[in-house]
Design a protein. Structure first.
Length: 255
């Protein structure tokens, strides 16, 4: 059974998202005891050194092949130890249209690809509505490893992996980013607002001099549970289609 972590600061949107994600059981405020945190000061220092070394190596990564190798050898996220596969990406690496989801589910973990199974089929259907498919878009996730029980990722897990996401965006250099679900939307846009409040309009990913328009949309898994919300996704898809039509030279980068 999936667990729900409830803190006093949680916003209504966070609670709503977790409830809609099928989470039915709470954990008390001492949930930290379920996880291992180094208590020895030398261990903490060693962990800090490992983090610094890993992120320094990440700065040297210049292409997707090297980034995938970096992720597969990355040891700082505990989720890797409980996952069967690293889920890196799918689609066309030359696309200007980048989809960023949340984290792999059970089927994604088994197959090593993002958005497969029922959720993937629904995403493909949404894409086909505006003449897109995996041959002309690029898909990845905020986290490359599945959280146990498909639980919501912790802030610490998101923090550890976020530099990888930033590097992924830097390498892809997309003209448009579609944020699939609440977790990816909050992480990329650095907002506390839930997906129900920010979908339906364009936002911006900001990193240094980089400014990329972003469109948050509902996650397909949410739509499978709440089919009455599908009409909103079709509206979002039309917003995306309009933005794509404004791109010069189509949605595939020239060599």
């Amino acid at each position: 059974m999936a667990k729900m972590i409830i803190n006093a600061d949680n916003k209504i949107d966070d609670l709503k998202f977790q409830t809609e994600s099928g989470i039915t059981e709470t954990i008390d405020d001492n949930y930290e005891s379920l996880f291992h945190f180094p208590s020895n000061s030398s261990n903490i220092e060693q962990l800090s050194n490992n983090e610094n070394n890993s992120y320094e190596e990440l700065k040297e990564v210049l292409n997707l092949v090297d980034l995938k190798e970096f992720v597969e050898n990355f040891q700082l996220c505990e989720l890797k130890k409980t996952s069967k596969n690293t889920v890196f990406s799918d689609g066309n690496s030359k696309s200007k249209l980048m989809f960023i989801g949340e984290a792999p589910g059970q089927q994604e973990d088994l197959e090593g690809k993002p958005f497969v199974g029922k959720s993937g089929k629904l995403l493909d259907k949404i894409l086909s509505f505006i003449n897109l498919d995996r041959g002309n878009i690029y898909i990845t996730n905020i986290l490359p490893w599945r959280p146990p029980g498909n639980r919501t990722p912790t802030e610490e897990e998101l923090k550890i992996c976020f530099p990888i996401v930033e590097k992924h965006i830097e390498i892809m250099n997309p003209s448009i980013i579609v944020l699939v679900g609440s977790v990816s939307s909050k992480s990329i846009l650095k907002t506390k607002l839930g997906i129900t409040k920010i979908r339906g309009e364009w936002h911006e990913y900001l990193k240094g001099d980089i400014i990329i328009p972003c469109l948050p949309i509902f996650h397909p898994a949410y739509l499978l549970r709440r089919p009455e919300q599908k009409s909103l996704v079709w509206k979002d898809a039309l917003l995306l289609k309009e933005k794509i039509q404004s791109l010069k030279g189509g949605i595939i980068h020239d060599d």
